[in-house]
Design a protein around this ligand. Structure first.
Ligand code: ADP
Ligand code: MG
Length: 238
């Protein structure tokens, strides 16, 4: 469902992604790990064209998102993304944060959008915060709102960029559980450096300096990938 061929991304002379090939199918949960600066966020951002790839191809449901004939807004409707820093609009209430995009992109009426938003707020345990502003919420609550916002369009593809990295370990666990329930039946690509976040992945891709240096199950990579082992051991020791 997502096919990536020879994806390269440069920022001026800095080559960040150096020829990435990958394929992800419906139902897959794929993790991207790698040292800080290895290109994980850039990779995710290329997938919904928040960054313009320098070369290569990205096909989503057989549509080349780099082609001028592809309507990227239609593709983005299929994609939900959650960032490390929440990216909520500070001057809008929780309800407005949730309903803005579906009303604009999916042409839902305010009533329909608010009905969906309330169902999702209930799922993430924050129904009573609909009229709060982001600065009245804790980090974990903001992140649960960001997750609800990503889910409101029922996306086929879920991109998670360090989505639980800013949370204390107890909140992380509850947000992680909420996320894992939402991953079922979709395509999920999760970039993270914490192993607690990627335990649920069927397949792990290891990025180093913009190249894939390993790909497989946790067990396979533990056996034969030095970077995977180093990242894991580092966390066990800390
Ligand atoms: P990761 O998520 O693995 O930590 P990133 O994808 O954020 O890595 O960054 C990879 C490299 O690209 C880093 O060297 C970073 O400084 C650089 N980079 C990321 N975004 C930009 C940008 N907008 N302009 C210039 N360099 C960038
Ligand atoms: Mg990153």
């Amino acid at each position: 469902m997502i096919k990536i061929e020879k994806l390269c991304k440069n920022y001026d002379k800095l080559e960040v992604l150096k020829g990435i090939d990958a394929q992800v199918n419906k139902g897959d949960i794929i993790a991207i790990i790698g040292p800080s600066g290895s290109g994980k966020s850039t990779f995710l951002r290329c997938i919904n064209k928040l960054e313009e790839p320098t070369s290569g191809h990205i096909y989503i449901k057989n549509q080349d998102i780099m082609s001028d004939n592809t309507d990227i807004n239609l593709i983005r409707q299929k994609v939900g993304m959650v960032f490390q820093h929440f990216n909520l609009f500070p001057h809008k209430t929780v309800m407005e944060n949730l309903t803005l995009a579906p009303m604009k992109l999916k042409n839902l009426s305010q009533e329909e959008a608010e009905k969906k938003a309330l169902i999702l707020l209930e799922k993430v345990g924050l129904k009573d915060k609909a009229s709060a502003y982001p600065n009245q919420l804790s980090g974990g609550q903001k992140q649960r709102i960001a997750i609800a916002r990503a889910m409101i369009r029922n996306p086929e593809i879920l991109l998670l960029d360090e989505a639980t990295a800013n949370l204390d370990s107890c909140t992380e666990k509850s947000v992680q559980r909420a996320l894992e329930r939402l991953m079922l039946g979709r395509i999920t690509i999760v970039a993270a450096h914490r192993f607690s976040t990627i335990k649920c992945a069927d397949k792990v891709v290891v990025l180093e300096k913009g190249k894939i240096c390993g790909c497989g199950t946790h067990e396979e990579l533990f056996e034969n990938n030095k970077i995977y082992r180093e990242l894991l051991l580092n966390q066990i020791n800390n």
